[in-house]
Write a protein that binds this ligand. Sequence first.
Ligand code: GDP
Length: 320
Amino acid sequence: MMEESIYVAGHRGLAGSAVLRLLQRMGHARVITASRQQLDLTVQSDVNTFFEARRPSQVVLAAATVGGILANAERPADFIRDNLAIQNNVIDACFRHGVRKLVFLGSSCIYPKFAPQPIPESALLTGALEPTNEAYAIAKIAGIKTCAAYNRQHGTNYLSLMPTNLYGPGDNYDPRGSHVLPALIRRAHEARVSGQSELVVWGSGTPRRELMHVDDLASACVFALERLNASDIGECINVGTGIDLTICEIAETVMQAVGYRGRIVFDTSKPDGTPRKVLDVSALRRLGWNARIALQDGIPSAYQDFLARYAKPDTTARPI
Ligand code: GDP
């Protein structure tokens, strides 16, 4: 049988680039990509023209407008508009052009702010969302429901994967836009290089977050492409490590990886966000998939990526 062609939407982003890297490492010869200049996924007619021309048989939808707690708070209109448009266009194009399997990526922030911990998939739509990322979460919930509706009405095979907070090569290190891990990697690095005695950490340091290396997500996506069907799972399935740490512990792990020995201070003018969000990963585990990359191994490799892309390796500064 001829190898399937796979369109990775969002191949320049954190998640999409990891999926692309893994498919290439596996020697997959028929991977389709399009840069933002070549294809604007928010324009429906362009998306249909692209699918008509390229005819992918499988699609990983990793394209999204994403960001950390502050970006979500400052630009909710961008987050809801872009994500609704992108997923609506891509999901419908998959149906119109006979895509055999779609893997849609959501996020753990779709669950209620005070969901039971670890959060099972059944917690979806059982309570109010965390206000700091409500616009993004509503868009992603709509994506899950869109996939489920197409499956129900048209018998399609669209799977919604809900990854926990991700980090790794290709992350966004912009101080106002980024998530906690890349933000702390950058700030700890800069604090070390400039000899500062304090590392500023937003919020109270007490919220707990589960962090997963993006190569683990890529492995889950390939597992889903090869082995899962919509009928094996409910409307969505969690992808995570099942392990969480406080923001303070995460900051300490980053400091160790970066070799920075200053003091942590908390900027409580910044929001904490949801107190805890660790995923119940038992459903995917039962189906045969597990995360493999421990945080202690993942953070140093993320720091190397930061150094390679953003910072000149520092040879002069002394650790304080
Ligand atoms: P969230 O998981 O959607 O809340 O998004 P983030 O990854 O942006 O934030 C996670 C937690 O880390 C929140 O409690 C933040 O207040 C905290 N945090 C601590 N320092 C930082 C930072 O420098 N940047 C960001 N984005 N979050 C930080």
